[in-house]
Design a protein around this ligand. Structure first.
Ligand code: ADP
Length: 261
């Protein structure tokens, strides 16, 4: 459906003739609608934990006032809910920072091998909590790309974190990096052997707030924004994400870095 703004411009004076101008507004409308949807989603995501905290405050003032066990339980829930709001706000800030950053391709020299090992170290705790072993298949020599180190750390932390959270508990996650193809493209692949993602969801999981299963995502402390942050950062790097998955077998997320100019 297309939307036009129409305006009339007189041709000459006293001729009584007009030219009609049609300006296609469809794209602007689409962007407005996306923005409104985003704000509605973000507000809803913040409102849910806030309502829960408000409810528990009321209970603590009333029925649970003299019950230390219930009080402790409710305070714990309130703490979890405020942590959830904090995670969401951090992700929203990351996204908006990425959006206002000037469109310049980041150009620090980054060795992916070192960077990925660092990501493994910082996620060791989560991996052991999820009962997952992270394995690395990295080349012997440095694998350099041009980029912003902190942003790339955020990309791979997100992918490895998802593999640990949604992969099979007690299973493995493989992080491999290599030169691929004669053009000198470099790739990093994060593979899990979990339940996988049904085909119809794959094109949508990088959208903001899109989750295959909201309850699982919440239980795993997800915000639904991780992969959209990943996609934004990769676009800034001239890199792209490809996703392959088979239900019941697992998923692999590959980041393709273009050859250096
Ligand atoms: P979340 O904060 O919910 O983890 P993401 O944007 O990181 O948000 O991921 C979006 C959704 O994609 C997740 O909620 C989950 O349903 C699905 N997903 C992401 N990674 C995997 C994976 N490795 N295996 C299965 N599902 C995944």
């Amino acid at each position: 459906e297309r939307v036009y703004r129409v305006s009339a411009m007189p041709i000459g004076e006293g001729t009584g003739l007009f030219v009609l101008l049609f300006k296609d507004q469809s794209e602007a409308r689409r962007i407005d609608r996306m923005r409104a949807d985003f704000i509605a989603n973000a507000s809803h995501e913040l409102r849910t934990p806030l309502a829960s905290v408000a409810g528990f405050i009321e209970t603590l003032r009333g029925p649970a006032r003299d019950d230390p066990k219930a009080r402790e339980n409710f305070l714990q829930i309130m703490q979890n809910q405020t942590a959830r709001m904090a995670r969401l706000i951090d992700d929203l800030l990351s996204l908006s920072r990425l959006e206002i950053r000037p469109y310049v391709t980041p150009s620090d020299k980054v060795d992916l091998r070192l960077l990925l090992e660092g990501v493994g170290d910082s996620l060791a705790h989560l991996a052991s909590e999820s009962g997952v072993a992270i394995e690395f298949e990295l080349p012997e020599t440095p694998l350099e790309v041009a980029g912003d180190r902190d942003e790339l750390v955020q990309v791979f932390e997100n992918l490895v974190e998802n593999a640990c959270k949604y992969g099979s508990s007690g299973g493995r996650v493989v992080v491999s990096a290599e030169y691929a193809g004669p053009g000198g493209e470099k790739t990093v692949t994060v593979t899990d052997f979990g339940p996988g993602i049904a085909e119809e969801h794959i094109p949508r999981i990088t959208e903001r707030f899109y989750r295959v299963d909201v309850e699982t995502s919440r239980a795993q402390k997800g915000t639904g924004l991780g992969l959209s942050i990943v996609k934004h950062i990769l676009t800034r790097h001239g890199a792209r994400l490809s996703i392959r998955s088979r239900v019941g077998e697992g998923s692999s997320f590959t980041v393709h870095f273009p050859p250096r100019p």
